[in-house]
Design a protein around this ligand. Structure first.
Ligand code: GUN
Ligand code: FE
Length: 420
C-alpha cells in the first residue's frame, strides 16, 4: 500500500547541517520511504495526500530508566551515589510487585509516545517479570525498543541484590521470553561496575557473545564513582577496561555518560566501536560534569544521546538536543585550556535521530533516523500554531520547537509508516 504525505521535511543525514526540503511529497510503501518528490508522481495522482506541515524524523532515546519515570525531580540536588541510595533504589524495589509494574509501565510508554520518542533503549529493574511487563507495555503502545532486565549482585540494598548465578539465569530466561515480541528486543543490562561482581560481568559478557546480544551500562559518570571502581577492580587498567576485561565492550555496547575518561580509554572505546551516550540533563542535575562531546565526535567515537530519566528530568528528547548544545558552550568557556568546541544544533539533532538510529539499524532493525529512500518512515508533524503573518521559515520553526516548544506542538506520530 502506498501513502502520500506532503509538507516541509527537515532532517540531518549528516551532522553538519539541517537539510530542508520544502513543499515536498513523501511516497511511503509498506512503512518505508520510497522517495521524496517535489510533486505527487503522476502514477499516484488519484491517491489522497495527507498534509503534515513541518515534518521531522521521530526521536530516538538511547538511554532511559522506565521505573524512574515516577521519581523524576526527586532528590535531584544530590550527587549520583546518594541519589541512588535515597531515591532510586527504594523506587526500583517497588517493582518486585508485578501489579505495580502493570499499573505504571503503560504510563511510561504513553509519555514516550507523547514526547515523540518512538524508539528507545530502556532499563527495567532486576525483576525479570516486571521488566517483561514493561516490554509488553512498549509493544502495546506500538513503540520500538530494546529493554533490559538489570543485573546487580553487590553494593545494592538486600531488596535489589541478586545471587550471581540466579542473576545470570534470570537474564537468560528474560532474553528467551522476549522472543515473543517483534519490535521490542532484549539488551543485557549490568547496572554499572560497582553493583556487579567480575564473575557476573564475565558471565554476561559470555552471554552477549554467544547470543549476539547488545549490552548497556553506565561508565565514568562522576568522579567519586570512578574512584570507587578503581578500588573495587584494582586489577583492571581503568574503568573502561573493567568492562572490556569482561567482554562487555563491543559494537553492540551502549555506555552512558563517559565523562571522566583518559585518552587511552577513549581510544579503546573507539577501537571496540562502542557507543558513548551523552545524557546532559542527568549530568547537570547530579552535578556530574560535562561530557566533552565535541572531542568524541571529532575523534571518531560513536556518540549517542539519551534522556536518562529519572536522573534526567524529562523524556523530551528535543530538550536533550538543546541541553547538549548548552553544556558544550559552558564547557568551552569554563575550560578554555581544554580546546573544547561548541556543538551545533544540527549535530545534537543528528544524534537524537540519525545517529541514535544507527544502533537500531546495526541490530537487525530497518534503517531509520532521516528521510532517505529505503529508510523506515518515522516522522513527527510539528505545528507551532503561529499566525500566518509571522511567516517563519520551516528551519526557524524547528529551532523554536526544539528550544521552547512542547508535546502540544507534536500533532502526528508515525513509526514505520504507522500512525500511533
Ligand atoms: N549509575 C548507576 N545506576 C544509575 C542510574 O540509575 N542512573 C544514572 N544516571 N546513573 C547510574
Ligand atoms: Fe542512567
Amino acid at each position: 500500500m502506498i501513502n502520500l504525505y506532503k509538507g516541509n521535511f527537515i532532517d540531518t543525514p549528516t551532522p553538519g547541517e539541517f537539510r530542508v526540503r520544502e513543499e515536498s511529497v513523501a511516497v511511503v510503501e509498506e512503512g518505508k520511504l520510497i522517495s521524496l518528490e517535489s510533486q505527487v508522481p503522476r502514477e499516484y495522482a488519484s491517491l489522497p495526500v495527507r498534509d503534515l506541515g513541518l515534518v521531522i524524523p521521530s526521536f530516538i532515546d538511547l538511554h532511559v530508566h522506565a521505573p524512574q519515570h515516577m521519581q523524576m525531580g526527586a532528590g535531584l540536588d544530590l550527587g549520583l551515589l546518594d541519589w541512588l541510595d535515597n531515591h532510586t533504589f527504594p523506587g526500583e524495589t517497588r517493582f518486585a510487585n508485578e501489579d505495580y509494574a502493570r499499573e505504571l509501565y503503560p504510563l511510561f510508554a504513553k509519555e514516550l509516545l507523547r514526547q515523540g520518542s518512538l524508539r528507545s533503549v530502556v532499563y527495567g529493574t532486576i525483576h525479570g517479570k516486571s521488566t517483561l511487563i514493561l516490554a509488553e507495555a512498549l509493544e502495546k503502545a506500538g513503540l520500538t525498543a530494546f529493554v533490559g532486565k538489570i543485573n546487580m549482585d553487590q553494593n545494592a540494598p538486600d531488596s535489589l541484590k541478586e545471587e550471581t548465578e540466579e542473576s545470570l539465569r534470570e537474564s537468560v530466561d528474560f532474553c528467551e521470553r522476549m522472543a515473543a515480541h517483534e519490535r521490542v528486543r532484549p539488551i543485557l543490562t549490568p547496572r554499572f561496575a560497582p553493583s556487579c561482581t567480575e564473575k557476573l560481568m564475565k558471565g554476561l559478557g559470555e552471554l552477549a557473545r554467544k547470543k549476539d546480544l547488545p549490552v548497556q551500562s553506565h561508565l565514568a559518570e562522576t568522579r567519586p564513582e570512578a574512584r570507587w571502581v578503581s578500588e573495587l577492580f584494582p586489577k583492571s587498567r581503568s574503568y573502561t577496561h573493567v568492562y572490556d576485561d569482561c567482554g562487555l565492550l563491543g559494537p553492540g555496547s551502549l555506555m552512558a555518560h563517559g565523562i571522566y575518561l583518559s585518552d587511552e580509554e577513549i581510544e579503546l572505546i573507539r577501537e571496540r566501536e562502542a557507543t558513548l551516550v551523552h545524557c546532559p540533563s542527568a549530568n547537570i542535575n547530579l552535578s556530574s560534569g560535562i561530557m566533552p562531546l565535541g572531542r568524541y565526535l571529532d575523534g571518531g567515537v560513536n556518540p549517542g544521546l539519551g534522556s536518562d530519566v529519572g536522573a534526567g528530568h524529562t523524556l523530551a528528547m528535543y530538550r536533550a538536543v538543546v541541553q547538549a548544545v548548552q553544556v558544550s558552550k559552558l564547557l568551552r568557556v569554563m575550560e578554555p585550556e581544554g580546546n573544547h568546541r561548541t556543538i551545533k544544533l544540527s549535530e545534537a539533532f543528528y544524534l537524537a535521530t540519525m545517529g541514535n538510529g544507527r544502533f537500531f539499524t546495526g541490530r537487525g532493525f530497518e534503517p531509520c533516523g532521516a528521510f532517505e529512500a529505503g529508510m523506515s518512515f518515522d516522522a513527527l508533524a510539528i505545528d507551532l500554531e503561529l499566525p500566518k503573518a509571522v511567516g517563519m521559515s520551516p528551519l526557524n520553526q524547528l529551532e523554536r520547537f526544539l528550544y521552547s516548544g512542547d508535546d502540544r506542538h507534536i500533532k502526528t506520530r508515525i513509526l514505520a509508516g504507522r500512525e500511533l
